[in-house]
Design a protein around this ligand. Structure first.
Ligand code: NAP
Length: 451
């Protein structure tokens, strides 16, 4: 092998972590080849399918990702399912390192009776549906109900509550999927209730996102002043950071805000846990338990107080966290839903390092942090990788040859740009950033210029 052999790296998952890792590799190593793969025909992962349609600024990070993909050392192949079309072992044979940035594509459940009833679903599915993810285009949630409940108090819960609370006219100028606009236009939802198992000081939302809930044009915010009282010992959670203090002040301001008779109301309720969902064929009601909070080992924990009440709910969105799914041939930590690793180096079941196998992003550390959090995370992994591996004459082009031999209909970056341009052109006509193509077949047809 000559000294001029490039370092060959396959990155599986073209979301923010995959792009940050690819970028870090390009910056750290002149002589590198990166093959960036995705299961979907489109790049950008949760930037396209997770970020709320009414938060377009967050999506502007894709301009930098696009530049990364236009570097001649990078090859993008979309619509390739690692596990089905090609195995991780095969990738390892053709690359000096394989970096898994596959995120957390599933969700956590509540584990309560009735969770499987029609009308009960995860917020992650609901988000994927309104963002036009091809695997969720047929979800079609029934919004002909008056009461919606959102369980959890993170930013995803805030996103889905806000989308339910906005008028369809506020969403028409976004890149929300057309099928979602149609359903939201007929929405009968009048009350949206967010339920947090802990208190106002322990909620996970960020200030900017919380503030928006108090500024909704068509929904009043309803926070009960008595629910803002803090249990002894839990004041530390408010004082833990300026952000926590700001959030608490915002909630106090919401509690003082009188109702102005808007069409919808968004209620935020603390120290409550759904215990059972009931209904005749579909969810109609929620049995809710009231919690009391106790500080144990320095953490404020929710405990069932024994008090019960019923809450009407024709739509229940559980928003209690994403969850990673296992990849064939790769170790997996079942309880945490991550791939076991040390600084991004994948560890086998006996704790030894899996040669040439790395992780970054949510599948490495769990589903936490904002998009930018993944930059430092990816950098840590790339540093570890570059300490460990050197070019060994392998060539990621071999992966593309294998895909060709197998007749896999992959989408390259130019084809993505064709699809991207078509979506944007369709959007321009409607005063929107884009009109998303939401079926795989239509994506492939447009990307490959067959239409
Ligand atoms: P998250 O921030 O971890 O919030 C999960 C919520 O679910 C918490 O309130 C948690 O309460 C609650 N929960 C967990 N298990 C529960 C149970 N069994 N019963 C009741 N409640 C339960 O997760 P996320 O909202 O899915 O967001 C994931 C990440 O993406 C976060 O880092 C978030 O900031 C980020 N994100 C950012 C944006 C943005 O920047 N605009 C938008 C969307 C998502 P406990 O605290 O009691 O566990």
């Amino acid at each position: 092998m000559s000294d001029s052999s490039p370092l060959s790296v396959v990155v599986v998952g073209a979301g923010p972590s995959g792009f940050f890792a690819a970028d870090a590799l390009l910056k750290a190593h002149e002589n590198v080849r990166v093959l960036l793969m995705d299961r979907l025909p489109t790049p950008y992962g949760l930037v396209r399918y997770g970020v709320a349609p009414d938060h377009p600024k967050i999506k502007s990070v894709t301009a930098a990702f696009e530049r990364t993909c236009q570097d001649p050392r990078v090859t993008f192949v979309g619509n390739v399912d690692v596990g089905r079309d090609i195995s991780v072992d095969e990738l390892r044979q053709h690359a000096d390192a394989v970096l898994l940035t596959v995120g957390a594509s599933s969700d956590r459940s509540l584990g309560i009776a009735g969770e499987e009833l029609k009308g009960s679903m995860s917020a992650t599915e609901f988000v994927a549906w309104y963002n036009g993810h091809p695997d969720y285009a047929d979800l079609t949630p029934d919004l002909s109900v008056e009461h919606a409940a959102v369980v959890g108090m993170g930013n995803v819960a805030v996103d889905v509550a806000r989308i339910l609370a906005k008028s369809v006219d506020e969403l028409r100028t976004t890149d929300i999927a057309d099928h979602a606009l149609e359903v939201l236009a007929e929405s009968q939802v009048r009350e949206i209730t967010m339920l947090g198992r802990r208190g106002p000081a322990q909620a996970k939302w960020t200030t900017k996102e919380l503030r928006e809930l108090g500024e909704l044009a068509h929904a009043d915010i309803d926070v009960l002043p008595e629910e803002l009282a803090l249990e002894p010992g839990t004041e530390v959670d408010v004082n833990a950071s300026p952000a926590a203090q700001k959030n608490y002040e915002l909630l106090q301001a919401f509690a003082a805000q009188p109702s102005s008779g808007k069409a919808r109301v968004l209620r935020i309720r603390f120290r409550v846990s759904p215990l059972e969902l009931t209904g005749d064929g579909r969810v109609e009601s929620m049995l809710v338990g009231r919690n009391r909070l106790l500080v144990e080992d320095g953490r404020t924990q929710a405990h069932d107080s024994g008090e019960r009440f019923e809450w009407p709910a024709g739509l229940v969105l559980r928003s209690v966290g994403y969850r990673g799914v296992p990849l064939e041939g790769v170790p997996f930590h079942e309880r945490r839903g991550v791939i076991p690793n040390e600084s991004g180096r994948v560890l086998s079941d006996d704790g030894k390092q899996e040669a040439g196998l790395y992780v970054a992003g949510w599948i490495k550390r769990g589903p936490s942090g904002v998009i930018g959090t993944n930059k430092a995370d990816a950098l840590e992994t790339v540093r570890a990788m570059l300490e460990d591996v050197s070019a060994a004459g392998k060539d990621v082009a071999g992966v593309v040859h294998l895909l060709n031999d197998r007749g896999v209909q992959y989408v390259d970056f130019d084809e993505w740009l064709t699809l991207d341009a078509a979506e944007q052109a369709a959007g321009e006509a409607e005063g929107r950033p884009r009109v998303k193509v939401t079926s795989r077949d239509a994506m492939l047809t447009t990307a490959k210029g067959r239409s």
